[in-house]
Design a protein around this ligand. Structure first.
Ligand code: C5P
Length: 255
């Protein structure tokens, strides 16, 4: 008799999942469809973001966190669009804040997931090389990895005015060379991120940055180079830029 255990008993290699919080309403883009479902080049922003994660061979599962009442619609959307078949997909309903939505995504992860990328649906055009770089830094042992870029603008810390448009007193000017603008996907050792979501309380609208929660645990966070095409689609002008990036990619693919 063979002593080889049946395949289900063999230990499986640890896997990486991407969690995509996509439950925001995107009010800064103006009225209309929820931001993640807005079309870019005729395809919903969320589908671009899912494809960007699934394009990485490191990612074997994508968990999409849908608007609280929008999971069936998002599932339907995933069925309608071609997605890589080697990747698994899950859709779960989100929460009131981004932080809650990420936690609900983490709750849905199967046991064999040991590393997690958290990627905003609002960054639909992140190149696969950036995703790969973050995933491999986590696999190499970093508990938290953030892609980021140096700043073009000098930044001032101010005392925010009570009324928009009022002059605001400047408190400080941080040294620009030491500042980075952070993007997603942010990558984490799963246990570290789960602990951060369990232990770090954030008031008000919740954490907008998962790595910030890990910093508050006292765990090390490192930055790797981000990419200019990983920008966040927030305001109407960002949609124009995103369409231009897509048009440039299509033109380049044609050659
Ligand atoms: O609003 P903001 O652009 O910072 O949102 C960042 C990401 O978090 C978006 O992809 C948005 O869909 C998501 N989000 C969420 N649940 C919320 C609020 C935001 O998944 N309640």
């Amino acid at each position: 008799m063979s002593s080889t255990p049946p395949p289900t008993d063999r230990p499986r290699p640890p896997r990486t999942a991407a969690v995509i919080p996509a439950a925001g309403r995107g009010v800064r883009l103006g009225p209309g469809t929820p931001k993640a479902l807005r079309a870019l080049g005729g395809t919903p922003m969320l589908i671009h973001a899912i494809r960007a994660m699934a394009a990485s061979r490191a990612v074997s599962l994508v968990v999409v966190v849908a608007p609280p009442d929008g999971a069936p619609e998002v599932k339907h959307l995933l069925d309608e669009h071609a997605l890589p078949e080697r990747t698994d997909y899950l859709v779960v309903p989100g929460g009131e804040t981004r932080q809650e939505s990420v936690r609900l995504g983490l709750d849905a992860l199967p046991e064999d997931i040991s590393a997690v990328l958290v990627h905003d649906a609002a960054r639909p055009l992140v190149p696969v090389d950036t995703v790969d770089a973050v995933a491999s830094a986590v696999r190499d042992g970093a508990p938290a990895v953030v892609p980021a870029l140096p700043l073009a603008d000098t930044v001032k810390e101010v005392e925010p005015a009570g009324t928009p448009g009022e002059p605001e007193p400047v408190l400080a000017t941080p040294v620009r060379a030491r500042l980075r603008a952070v993007q997603t996907p942010q990558g984490f050792d799963r246990d570290t991120l789960v602990r951060a979501h369990a232990e770090v309380a954030v008031d008000g609208e919740g954490a907008t940055d998962d790595a910030g929660m890990v910093e508050r645990l006292g765990a090390p966070v490192v930055v790797v180079p981000g990419h200019e095409e990983a920008f966040k689609v927030t305001r109407p002008l960002d949609l124009v830029l995103a369409e231009a990036v897509l048009a440039r990619r299509r033109a380049n693919d044609g050659f």
